[in-house]
Design a protein around this ligand. Structure first.
Ligand SMILES: Nc1ncnc2c1ncn2[C@@H]1O[C@H](COP(=O)(O)OP(=O)(O)O)[C@@H](O)[C@H]1O
Ligand SMILES: O=P(O)(O)OC[C@H]1O[C@](O)(COP(=O)(O)O)[C@@H](O)[C@@H]1O
Ligand SMILES: [Mg+2]
Length: 327
């Protein structure tokens, strides 16, 4: 029989993602619904280390469902990476009478949560919140859909000017080590090609794709480059292409952090709401060291260790489709 959970702490960590607020709201309201006290911890793990937390109530989370970012603030905490930092975090965890921790973040945050949980035998549950979508154990992470929509909207606008000038554009999207946003926005935005960290594409292959398009009367082109791509930055790639096809009029556009902001899409709000409730219900059922996910539209709980160690693969079929449609 699991220990009864009476007080939960919730924090957001790592890169913020649209929908994190919706997830916090769901954790807060589900906790209160089940008679559990809930504390909001500010600035990710730094807040746990410094005791920066306060009790949240039903009305503390009013009007945040539609807001991007995270009202709990986020951090990339260097101190939590140290044993001493985590020991301080545990002291505050106990001092505030917390029984369990809900961590909303990405792979890095879950690595930290896993270590913390093992070191101090603390029940921990993860909610995947990152625009990168680079976590196994869930089809989608919170924020990914919004980021893809933002990127695609920008690509649509870039295409307007690319077409008017018959230009080749390289559009760099976010994704530290993952090409999910790139692949999705390439299909959604009708790109001629995408270069992602997971695939070993060469400049030669890109050039032959561009030449094939030119032979098919393709006047403007948009190539999506994922931030963590192996061929270098979008500027490096543009330069290499220019060396091979000097007559191309090339421009580069780096979308950057605008992809992380904005009001979450309905899909992200619903996903975050489902996962937030499932996190509280999972803790009540005695789940720990697991990440909540949605697989084939059903809530699931995957051991955190598995979620962070298993590399989530890009869908080969989506690649095939992107190629077919790029002619
Ligand atoms: N190996 C680790 N040990 C302890 N804490 C970690 C570890 N890796 C990441 N973290 C914590 O999680 C935080 C967020 O991780 P990060 O990779 O920046 O973002 P994300 O969770 O979005 O992937 C880090 O700043 C750090 O505090
Ligand atoms: O805002 P920062 O610290 O520059 O980090 C940028 C990184 O954060 C992300 O937006 C999200 O990554 P995480 O969820 O792992 O934090 C990446 O796509 C990007 O590489
Ligand atoms: Mg990450």
């Amino acid at each position: 029989m699991a220990t009864e959970i009476k007080k939960i702490g919730v924090l957001t960590s790592g890169g913020d993602a649209p929908g994190m607020n919706a997830a916090v709201r769901a954790v807060v309201r589900a906790s209160i619904y089940y008679g559990i006290d809930v504390f909001g911890i500010y600035k990710g793990y730094d807040g746990l280390i410094n005791g920066n937390m306060e009790q949240l109530y039903v009305r503390s989370v009013s009007n945040i469902l539609s807001r991007g970012g995270t009202f709990l603030l986020s951090a990339r905490s260097k101190e939590f990476r140290t044993k001493e930092g985590r020991a301080k975090a545990y002291e505050n965890f106990k001092a505030n009478g917390l029984d369990a921790l809900v961590v909303i973040g990405g792979d890095g945050s879950f690595t930290g949560a896993d270590i913390f949980s093992q070191e101090f035998d603390v029940p921990v549950i993860g909610i995947p919140g990152t625009i990168d979508n680079d976590l196994s154990g869930t089809d989608f992470t919170i924020g990914y859909d919004t980021a893809c929509n933002t990127a695609r909207e920008a690509i649509d606008k870039i295409r307007d000017t690319a077409s008017s000038h018959e230009r080749l554009f390289f559009v760099e999207v976010m994704g530290r080590d993952a090409g999910f946003i790139a692949l999705n926005s390439a299909i959604g935005g009708g790109a001629v090609a995408m270069i992602v960290p997971e695939h070993n594409w060469s400049i030669d292959a890109l050039i032959s794709r561009l030449k094939k398009g030119a032979a098919n009367q393709k006047a403007s082109n948009v190539v999506i480059v994922a931030e963590g791509c192996h061929l270098g930055s979008s500027y490096d790639i543009a330069e290499k292409v220019k060396e091979h096809i000097p007559h191309y009029d090339i421009r580069v556009s780096v979308l950057g952090h605008l992809q992380r902001g904005g009001s979450p899409t309905t899909l992200d709000r619903v996903l975050a709401s489902r996962m937030g409730v499932a996190a509280v219900e999972g803790l009540r059922e005695g789940q720990s060291k697991v990440m909540v996910g949605v697989i084939n539209n059903k809530i699931s709980y995957t051991p955190i260790g598995e979620a962070i160690k298993t590399i989530k693969r890009l869908d080969d079929d989506e690649f095939r489709i992107a190629k077919i449609l790029s002619i």
